[in-house]
Design a protein around this ligand. Structure first.
Ligand code: 3PG
Ligand code: MG
Length: 431
């Protein structure tokens, strides 16, 4: 059986008693956008665990979240076909040549799926009798209890644990402590899958990096990234920011107003500005791409703006991308070239229209031949693959390169200072 270095700390799937057991596996197959699989890397990364379970006589039930169907503010759940797991089921059936059943549940408007009724027992029976190869549950965020508190949450945890004998977490990308990643471990013997083990082993390279350590963080989900950013700041030698995070930082530093940057984000960014006054780690990307259509956040007329022209009180339209030439400017190039460890969780431009900033960034990183490069996150990997396919392919087989399936999780581990303090990982640690 394959051995994993981080093994001593975790309860490992290879030690679990699996034969004839129904195994509930939480994966992060959150790669469906607008009803299509964008990049199957995250799915393929879990095949080892699935194969392992099957080869040892286990009967697998899979579950993942897709998107964020629950409105944080109102709590309403939108079970739209766009966030269904159907494309994942079709992909896995084709790839593994097995029959996978996706049981139907009744959906209440705004509430989602409120109960796991007994009809699932028939599917489980077929699974046990080996008439089907696996079960794939609906998008786990369609279940009312997954991300709520109160009695619905407990009920969901109890019902979910009722379908299986043991639980395996292979969802490295899903760091949020929800029922399917966290609460469930109170009810079932729980183990780390192979992907989880491998990712945790590689996290050590980011937590204890060869220096200089450069991190590049860009993209959406500002609210969940700002906390980890402050911690990350302490650990890095240099930090390049992009996307909404950089826009918020620039607004805070220069007192400019950039369309689409909420005041709360600027307030949060003020602390980074304060930190950076002293330590000067944040690399100022000098050029940005601004929309010329006021109020429009889409393709259309754009112009390049320079941050050296920023004056307090200036107002800018949407900033849509980093100016690609920013990555040819000497100070930026020098920092990228001299780094010994580079962590990249960054899509620079607003997708699906602005690619030039990301492409220039990835090409600049490619010029550094001596660094250990760790890329993280579904969106980042997808952009790298689309924009620089040669680089992406070389990285797959290169020991100096590693692709994390979850960027947010890496940031979380950096925030906590240890992979074992990530909430869903905690209960997988052997006591
Ligand atoms: C991701 O794609 O970033 C992960 O699947 C986590 O998704 P979440 O941030 O919506 O929990
Ligand atoms: Mg992501």
């Amino acid at each position: 059986m394959p051995e994993t270095r981080s093994a001593p700390h975790l309860k490992l799937i290879q030690e679990a008693d699996i034969n004839d057991k129904v195994v509930l596996i939480r994966v992060d197959h959150n790669v469906v956008k607008r009803g299509q699989i964008e990049d199957p890397f995250r799915i393929d990364s879990t095949l080892g665990t699935l194969f392992h379970i099957a080869s040892r006589g286990g009967r697998p039930i899979l579950m993942t979240h897709v998107g964020r169907p629950r409105d944080k503010r109102t709590g309403k759940i939108n079970c739209s076909p766009n966030s269904s797991v159907d494309p994942l089921v079709a992909y896995l059936e084709e790839k593994l040549r097995i029959k996978i059943e996706a049981p139907a549940f009744s959906i209440q408007p705004d509430l989602g799926i409120t109960t796991i009724d007994s009809s699932i027992q028939e599917s489980i029976q077929r699974l046990k009798e080996r008439k089907i190869g696996a079960i794939y549950l609906p998008n786990v965020r369609w279940f009312q209890g997954e991300q709520t508190y109160g009695p619905e949450r407990t009920r969901f945890a109890e019902q979910l644990s009722g379908v299986a004998d043991i639980f395996v977490n292979d969802a490295f990308g899903s760091w949020q402590p929800d029922v399917s990643t966290f609460d469930i471990t109170r009810y079932l013997p729980s183990y780390a899958g192979f992907l989880m083990q491998q990712e945790i082993k590689n996290l050590e390279k980011v937590l204890d990096p060869a220096r200089p350590f450069l991190a590049i963080v860009a993209g959406a989900k500002y609210d969940t990234k700002i906390g980890p950013l402050k911690e990350l700041y302490q650990r890095v030698d240099h930090l390049i920011l992009g996307g909404v995070i950089y826009n918020a930082f620039l607004s805070a530093q220069f007192g400019v107003e950039i369309a689409g940057v909420p005041e709360e984000d600027v307030d949060l960014a003020l602390e980074l500005v304060r930190l950076d006054k002293e330590k000067n780690k944040i690399v100022r990307l000098p050029l940005l791409v601004e929309s010329e259509d006021f109020g429009e956040r889409k393709q259309g007329k754009t112009k390049t703006v320079a941050i050296k022209d920023f004056r307090k009180g200036d107002r800018y339209n949407y900033i849509l991308d980093a100016g690609p030439d920013a990555f040819h400017e000497k100070p930026v190039v020098d920092i990228i070239k001299s780094a010994k460890t580079i962590f990249v969780n960054a899509v620079m431009g607003l997708t699906p229209h602005f690619y030039d900033g990301s492409r220039a960034l990835y090409e600049a990183i490619d010029e550094n031949h001596r660094a250990l490069k760790l890329y993280g996150g579904g969106d980042t990997l997808q952009e790298l693959k689309n924009l620089c396919p040669g680089t992406y392919m070389r990285g797959l087989n290169n020991p100096d390169c590693y692709y994390f399936t979850g960027g947010g999780t890496v940031l979380k581990a950096l925030e906590e200072g240890s992979p074992f303090k990530i909430k869903p990982v905690e209960p997988l640690v052997r006591r």
